[in-house]
Design a protein around this ligand. Structure first.
Ligand SMILES: Nc1ncnc2c1ncn2[C@@H]1O[C@H](COP(=O)(O)OP(=O)(O)OP(=O)(O)O)[C@@H](O)[C@H]1O
Ligand SMILES: CC(C)(CO)[C@@H](O)C(=O)NCCC(=O)O
Ligand SMILES: [Mn+2]
Length: 877
């Protein structure tokens, strides 16, 4: 029996997973091994100057190397010692808070490795070499400080050397002191504190107009972030789909210390039409005086336990408990905020701070909503976006503003809120750098990962020595919902306001991956939804339990993968804390991070592991399984070759499904095998598929004894095969870096694989040595490996690697394998070419829900393109 411990530890509940190819023989001693990917043979190149922004440190060209062929017209140049050549840090220094946006580039020096370059060349992706500087790929970080604690902020910048391009920056390490560092800054503090920045950090602040920045930031977010804007009414949050072609005009209301009201007509086209001095500073300032609260969050939290009817004069108070229905006012409507405090036999101390806070919050929020509406009315605008940190993701604030807008506009105008609420100005300042790299980014280039994690924790540990307290890195936004009917019914309810971990700090991370593309074979990208089922609360509970139950095992594996060192243990602990906090956060408010499906949830975990520097928790497990499977491959291939074609095809598909459907007593809940067989056997009559993309899943038996033999069959028929694997590790999934080594091992036992892999450059990649003599022209190759752009067990076809997008152009068959990619996501996705989805349903709950079936049922779903989505296939009659 094949060594087969390759079930997906999270996606499956079937324990050991399926048994593959019973007849394949006993697993021998592991021989060979997956082998590493090729060592990149970089050629030393003379140093060269690259274009760069004037305000940044000099590029460090030491160790610069041309990757690949010196004959290439525009070879990619790697600067291993250069952390970046783009601007890193921008500031918005407001009356209350300082906002920082900074960029860190992925430390992915090995990313342009041999496999990638060879693949790109083969796919014709290097022609022209338009880029003369490294791609901007990395993370945008969002951090805020209280303006009153400016020196903490300066410490942060200095400790991370953000003003010099980050701690990895060459100028930092070499101790060089560029004497004229310029940082973009907006907000009043850019003027007020310019000298201090010069003094303390030696940097000059280059001032950008505050309104320009607010508008640029808002426009960028609305254009580029999928779930940025949402409505919030009666405790219900709902994300809004923004139609890019119908975005302008809108009203932008930035509620900071004071409030700016801006009519936005386009990019860079706007007018500040109004403002009000009754804003966030008013709430926090008056609230502090009247309640003795120590922090803004404390004040906000108080409000949740308040009852404003002890302070506010209601219509009913004036009308003897009656409504004034003639003009539409109910008895519970506030007639006069703080009106009851005119009573001369009461002192401030006679009122509950909770009630005061709530009255204040309602007064100010309602007033802002009303003034905004009036301005929208002035210009005939229907959409009002609210930003600024007064909003604070606080349900009651948003409900109150929404209520005012809705009430006064009689439902005509809509209040919407932005998830990056207070960072508009700082983002705008960031974008005012000449080469900020955000210009050409589209929605599919941005991957928003979880808003808080390792960088935050490690920084806190280091500089504030609060390490032990930072157990719950709670992201921006609060789960508190009022559940109330809005403004008319005044009592605010809600849980205790969650701590911001540190009241001074919120961190969010936005990943920029400019090499991502929409998969060109998606039938209808606009309608595409990766997640097969929406997670409802029950579903959430189920998955949280699964993920929590697996957590300690995962931590053990992760720590072991790093040699079990003390450092690894510490990071393992921190990871467990952070991930649990995220789970808890999502449990309270599933939409906390935007619309969140299972794919996102699973990705969150992988991303969180990476955030704590666990490169690949399953690395040794994967290696072991690959070796064991490779050992039985020759027997399997021999057995397959002894079958007739029809039997072989069935055996191959069953092999991929990880079990003999019939012997296991499981049934195929979707069984299109005959349809697939018909099409495949028709291949024999001169219509083979031209190119098949095989999306592989797990390491070990899955890929070695399942997908590789299937690939071999396709190759035998004259079909080009592209093996598509993860870019980054996720569970025990095989990665694009590991795959060439595995294929090369497999090819030792099989001429078909060997020839195809040699022609496809894989043998070269895997074993290294031979000179790669391919030129820029795309050439047809039989067997290739491309990365999919993902680091999760699922795949979102709106965001795939550019090499996968390029490889897809000539493909006429897709094979999606495994639960993550063909069940949890994409079960209902339609493509422009024939698609085969193969998965064993190793989850009872899902089997019931999707097919009324049982655990270990299998799907073999074959779908030709629908008539309107079909692309002309030169091969088909
Ligand atoms: N931790 C916090 N500390 C202080 N105020 C906070 C905090 N969190 C939210 N706020 C609220 O956010 C407001 C500040 O919002 P924001 O940062 O958008 O404005 P600002 O840029 O400081 O002010 P302005 O633009 O008017 O100069 C505060 O007045 C307060 O109401
Ligand atoms: C002065 C600014 C622009 C500083 O951010 C802001 O606080 C504000 O818009 N205040 C309101 C001023 C007014 O229009 O009445
Ligand atoms: Mn501001």
């Amino acid at each position: 029996m094949a060594a087969n411990n390759n079930s997906d530890p999270i996606l499956d509940e079937g324990g050991g997973g399926g048994v593959k190819h019973e007849a394949a023989g006993e697993a021998g001693e592991g021989k060979g091994g997956g082998g590493g990917a090729a060592a990149a043979a970089a050629t030393q190149a003379p140093a060269a100057m690259l274009p760069r922004s004037g305000s940044r440190p000099q590029l460090d060209l030491s160790g610069a190397a041309i990757h690949g062929n010196l004959e290439d017209r525009n070879p990619t140049i790697l600067l291993p010692n250069q952390s970046d050549d783009i601007s890193h840090l921008a500031l918005d220094i407001g009356g209350s808070l300082i906002k920082l946006v900074y960029f860190s580039r992925h430390a992915e020096h090995s990313s342009e490795d041999k496999r990638k370059l060879s693949t790109k060349r083969r796919l014709g992706m290097l022609n022209g070499g338009r880029r003369s500087y490294p791609v901007l790929g990395g993370r945008l970080h969002f951090v805020k400080f209280e303006t009153g604690k400016l020196s903490e902020c300066l410490d942060f910048i200095s400790s991370k050397q953000l003003h010099r391009g980050g701690v990895d920056s060459p100028s930092w390490r070499s101790g060089a002191q560029p004497d004229n560092i310029v940082i973009k800054a907006t907000g009043g503090g850019a003027f007020k504190y310019a000298d201090l920045f010069k003094e303390r950090l030696g940097v000059s602040l280059e001032k950008e107009d505050e309104m320009d920045c607010l508008v640029a930031g808002a426009n960028f977010l609305l254009k580029s972030i999928r779930h940025e804007a949402f409505t919030h009414m009666d405790g219900q949050k709902e994300y809004v789909q923004i139609d890019q072609n119908d975005l302008f005009p809108f009203l932008l209301v930035n509620v900071g210390s004071g409030v700016s009201i801006i009519k936005v007509d386009g990019h860079g086209k706007f007018q500040r039409v109004s403002g009000t001095n009754v804003g966030g500073g008013t709430y926090w300032g008056l609230g502090r005086l009247m309640t003795k609260c120590k922090s803004f969050d404390e004040l906000l939290e108080l409000s949740q336990r308040g009852d404003n009817s002890t302070i506010d004069m209601l219509v009913g108070d004036i009308y003897g408990g009656l409504d004034y229905s003639k003009i539409g006012l109910s008895a519970s409507t506030i007639a006069s905020s703080f009106g009851k405090t005119i009573s001369d036999d009461k002192e401030l101390s006679d009122y509950r701070p909770e009630d005061i806070s709530l009255s204040l919050l309602r007064m100010i929020s309602y007033n802002i909503g009303q003034i905004s509406y009036l301005n929208a009315l002035r210009y005939g605008l229907k959409r009002i976006f609210f930003g600024g940190f007064f909003i604070r993701g606080h349900a009651y604030t948003m409900d109150t503003i929404s209520f005012a807008v809705n009430f006064w506009s009689k439902g005509e105008a809509k209040a919407m809120f932005l998830r990056h609420e207070g960072f508009l100005g700082a983002l705008g300042a960031f974008m005012s750098y000449e080469k900020h790299g955000l210009d050409d980014l589209r929605i599919h280039h941005l991957v928003e990962r979880f808003p808080m994690g390792a960088p935050y924790i490690s920084w806190m540990e280091k500089f504030v020595q609060k390490g032990t307290q930072i157990t719950a890195p709670v992201p921006v936004g609060f789960p508190v919902t009022t559940g109330m009917g809005g403004f008319e019914r005044p009592t605010a309810k809600g849980d205790i306001l969650r701590s911001d971990a540190s009241a001074a700090l919120n961190v969010g991370v936005l990943h920029l991956v400019p090499t991502l593309d929409v998969f060109p074979l998606l039938e209808d990208p606009k309608m595409y939804e990766p997640n097969t089922i929406d997670l409802d609360l029950n579903e959430y509970k189920y998955w949280f339990k699964v993920l929590s139950d697996h957590l300690s095992d995962l931590v053990d594996k992760a720590v072991a993968s790093e040699g079990g060192t003390d450092d690894a243990k510490r990071r393992g602990d921190a990871f467990a804390h952070a991930f649990s906090a995220h789970l808890a956060r999502l449990m309270e408010e599933p939409a906390a991070y935007g619309k969140f499906g299972l794919a996102n949830l699973l990705e969150l975990r992988e991303e969180c592991l990476r955030e704590f520097q666990f490169v690949d928790a399953y690395v040794s497990i994967k290696q072991r399984e690959n070796e064991a499977s490779l050992a039985v491959l020759p027997d399997l291939l021999m057995e397959l070759d002894s079958m007739n074609e029809e039997a072989r095809l069935l055996a191959l598909i069953e092999g991929v499904l990880a079990a003999n459907i019939f012997d296991w007593g499981s049934r195929a809940c979707i069984d299109d095998f005959d349809m697939f067989k018909k099409r495949m056997l028709a291949d024999k009559k001169g219509q083979p598929y031209k190119r098949a993309l095989l999306f592989v899943d797990n390491s070990g038996a899955d890929v070695v004894l399942g997908m590789i033999p299937l690939a071999r069959e396709l190759l035998r028929n004259g079909t080009e095969v592209v093996l598509v694997a993860n870019s980054l590790p996720a569970l025990n999934d095989v990665t694009a870096n590991e795959l060439p080594g595995i294929v090369a091992e497999a090819a030792k036992h099989c001429g078909i694989l060997r020839k195809a892999a040699e022609a496809g450059g894989l043998i070269f990649d895997a074993m290294a040595g031979i000179q790669d003599d391919l030129k820029d022209e795309p050439v047809s190759v039989p067997l290739m490996v491309v990365e999919n752009g993902c680091g999760s067990p699922c795949i979102d076809f709106r965001q795939v690697s550019s090499e996968l997008a390029a490889a897809a152009k000539d493909a006429d068959l897709l094979i999606l394998e495994g639960m993550g990619r063909s069940l949890h996501t994409n079960l209902n996705a339609r493509f422009k070419c024939d698609t085969l989805k193969l998965a064993m349903v190793k989850n009872q709950r899902l089997a019931e829900k999707l097919f009324n079936g049982n655990i270990y049922d299998c799907i073999c779903k074959f779908e030709p393109p629908t008539a309107h989505g079909a692309q002309p296939n030169p091969c088909s009659s």
